[in-house]
Every structure is written in C-alpha cells, then in structure tokens.
Design a protein around this ligand. Structure first.
Ligand SMILES: C[S@@+](CC[C@H](N)C(=O)[O-])C[C@H]1O[C@@H](n2cnc3c(N)ncnc32)[C@H](O)[C@@H]1O
Length: 294
C-alpha cells in the first residue's frame, strides 16, 4: 500500500471517533457536556495510569501538541492543565470533536489550535514545542520512524515526547495472535491466510462499528523503541494495559493491570527527551501528505 493510500484510508477509517465503541456501550448518543463527562470518567477508569504521564505542575504555561485525538478525552485533560494546547489529527471527526471541546473550555478560535493533517508532516515549526503527546497513533501512520523524526524536529531542545505504541511482545501477541493465526489457517486454508490473519489481529486492536480493522499497525519491541528513539535521551519505557483472561477462569483486566500488564502489557509508554545539544533536522521536502489547516 502506498503512503497516499494509507493516509486516505486512515482519514476515512478514523473519521468514526476512536472510542465510539465505548460510547455505544455506555449508551452515549450525544456530545453534550454531561455525556462527554461520563465518557471521560469511564475512559480514565479503563486507563487509570494515563494521568501520571501528564503532571499539571510541569505542563502549566507550556506549549503542548497532541497527535491522534480520537474522542478528545486526553486532549481536554491536557488543555485543562493550563498549557497552550494544540492538536493534530488526520481525520475530520476527531478534529471537530477536539475543537468543540476546546470551545466548551472557553478557548478562543479553537480552529487555530487544532489542525487536520498528518503526523508525517507536522504543521509546526522546528523546535517550537515543549511537550508532544501521542497515544496510540504513530503506529497507524505507515511510517513510524518518519513520524518519530518529525516529533524530534518540532520539539525544542530539552522538550519531552510522550508516545504510546503497541508492544510487539505483549501477552496478546505472544499467546493470542498465534492461536488466531492457526484458527485462520484452519478455517480459510493456505491461500492468503497470512494477510487475513494480520487483518484479524489489527481488528483485535482497532475496529470500527462495521468490524473493519484499522488500515495499518506497526508493533514495537522495547529494543525497537530504543532504536527509533536513538536520537533522544532519558528514554523511559513502561509497559501498561492488559486483556482480561477468559480461560481457564475469568479474570477482569483491572486485576491484571499491575502485574501482567507491567510485564507483558499491550502498550509501551515511551517518555523521551530531545537532547539540549540537538541540531534541529530540517523539515523533509519529500513529504506526501498535506497538512490542511482549516
Ligand atoms: C487509536 S486512535 C487513538 C486516539 C486517542 N489518542 C486515544 O488514545 O483514545 C488513533 C488516532 O490517530 C489518528 N491518526 C491516524 N493516522 C494519523 C496520521 N498519519 N496523522 C495524524 N493522526 C493520525 C486517528 O485519526 C485517530 O484519531
């Protein structure tokens, strides 16, 4: 698939807000402030460890960019910390939602703060940001290394990136994915079973209301993360998140977050600092995605 294809599929697929499944489960059908409050409370119940990555005392007054906005819960959380919040997403739906949320918070002209565009061509100047947050987004871009290079470019020397990427060596990938592969081979025979298997695997991570899988996912090991972040310093990598056990007996995921989740967790939370001595890379000129400010 060409980069243009990945970009246009991402634009279409993610127009349905990431988190819509949770909203449906909660019976949320509107974007009124009460419904969003209910959604956000549930979101932080599911991901209780998220808050520790956004300390208010460090963010206040700082210029922060979030890439990959989804339902806007994390974005609103960051904006409420008193930082100069900016957002970026390839799809229209999340951009609309984040502008709406900023408007609710009283931010003037939210359309100048939240842009539609690609993480592969971040529409911000070199060395202009103090913090960059991206939870579960950059592995969808189709070019993970290039997105990390862009993160490095836009951070100020001494600026911090907080990036969540899917763990290549999670319990899900080590145990469940091979079982799904064997089942796919058994059910559909050897013809193109690997691509069917990979698609089923992607759907285990991100699927829309129609059950379709996200167009693209890269999975990252700890060693791989150190490689793609090699131009950063003070790299800290935490494993977080877990699936529930359904066999031999049911164990809810909340009970697994602080043990299995920290060992073979689904997600890597990578905190990395751009060296103070870094010479800023110039923006690449061979970009293929166009960032579109509204
Ligand atoms: C799995 S969702 C995560 C949303 C949110 N951060 C969360 O954790 O709930 C991925 C988000 O990344 C966005 N995205 C995918 N590819 C992108 C790209 N190339 N550039 C910018 N955003 C992208 C999608 O539109 C979507 O909002």
């Amino acid at each position: 698939m060409s980069q243009l294809d990945v970009d246009s599929r991402n634009r279409r697929f993610w127009d349905e807000l990431c988190g819509s499944g949770l909203a449906r489960h909660l019976g949320i059908t509107s974007d009124d402030p009460g419904s969003l409050l209910r959604f956000d409370a549930e979101y932080f119940k599911i991901y209780p460890y998220l808050e520790q990555y956004a300390p208010a005392n460090e963010l206040r007054g700082k210029k922060v960019l979030e890439i990959g906005l989804g339902y806007g819960t994390m974005g609103q959380f960051l904006a409420e910390k008193g930082c100069d919040y900016h957002g970026l997403d390839i799809a229209e739906g999340p951009v609309r939602m984040m502008r709406y949320r900023l408007g609710m918070l009283g931010v003037e002209r939210p359309e100048t703060k939240v842009q539609q565009g690609s993480a592969l061509e971040i529409p911000h100047d070199d060395a202009s940001l103090d913090y960059l947050y991206s939870i579960g987004c950059l592995h969808h871009t189709g070019n993970l290394q290039r997105s990390i290079d862009e993160v490095l470019r836009v951070l100020k020397p001494g600026g911090t990136a907080m990036i969540m990427l899917y763990n290549a060596n999670s319990f899900r990938r080590i145990v469940k994915t091979p079982l799904v592969g064997a089942y796919t081979l058994f059910r559909s025979g050897p013809r193109s079973w690997i691509s069917k298997w990979r698609e089923k695997e992607r759907a285990m991570y991100d699927a829309n209301a129609a059950g379709e899988a996200a167009p693209h996912i890269d999975y990252t090991s700890i060693r791989g993360a150190r490689r793609i972040f090699k131009q950063f310093e003070s790299i800290q990598i935490d494993k977080q998140n877990a699936d529930p056990f359904t066999w031999p007996r049911y164990v809810p995921r909340e009970r697994l977050l602080d043990n299995l989740g920290r060992w073979l967790g689904l997600d890597l939370y990578i905190t990395a600092v751009k060296p103070k001595s870094a010479v800023t890379n110039e923006r690449r000129s061979n970009t293929v995605s166009t960032a579109r400010a509204a």
